[in-house]
Write a protein that binds this ligand. Sequence first.
Ligand code: GYE
Length: 330
Amino acid sequence: MLKKWSAAVLGGLLVVGALSACGGEKEGDAGSGTKKDDGKITMGFAQVGAESGWRTANTKSIQEAATAAGIDLKFSDAQQKQENQIKAIRSYIAQKVDIIAFSPVVESGWDTVLKEAKDAKIPVILTDRAVDSKDTSLYKTFIGSDFVLEGKKAGEWLVKEYQGKTDTVNIVELQGTTGSAPANDRKSGFADVIKADPKFKVIASQTGDFTRAKGKEVMEAFLKANPKIDVLYAHNDDMGLGAIEAIVAAGKKPGVDIKIITVDAVKDGMTALSEGKINYIVECSPLLGPQLMDLAKKVVAGETIPQRVLTEETTFTPEQAKAALPNRKY
Ligand code: GYE
């Protein structure tokens, strides 16, 4: 599925590693007018919540990178509620911050508040999750992963794993937060790949809200309703880890009786993968802080930046997880 911004940005696409270093601009010498007397840039950041290991690592990355870049960060946690994020953004507008960044909980419903920021001449950067606004002038850039590609990678692993086999493969899916970009896109990317072979059947698909507790609860219901589940595809590690508890409680062996694919590659997920309880993880990097601060400085300085900044990511098998774990930062 082509995203709204795609056509507009094809010319200016930039791919950079999530760990790439900050640019070397002098802090606080950019732009004018709204900055405080100390010349520091003030950023208002409206975070999604604290729903997962990924999110915790993302928050830490943003806070540390702000300190390192000399940016004054105002941070809010929306507890996965769009109305809280809108409130936070409005309060940043009222406080006349230099720049607003946020990771939109869901894709739709942002035009009004984004227009308010634009009218107040406060630039906005989207991080991690996209919005479906048609007017791409409402934000300066969108930095984060390609979630459709992540879903496709999950599907491709499955196709390979069951190559040459003809029996039906019953799949259950734990979706992320309803209406969020990663839930929509990880679902569609995966579906696009597996639809080529009718032996793959998604027999149940429900949201687990990206949390461990919900992942466990929904998996329990899946197990009760479906005697034969071959594969679990969870849109993040945390839901997969919750589901593992439900699978064990049902007397089945995770990774063996039920094959498990997840997305994120946070430490707990990678540990389960290295132990064979998860079979495959598609990486999604939460370390967006340094790039965000770098881009924020450029925007405040009036420099032109690409409209889409993609993070570079890989995939992990159990062997690769074992090798990567000792140096894993999150
Ligand atoms: O995969 C999940 C988190 O938006 C990419 O949100 C992020 C997702 C991540 O809760 O763990």
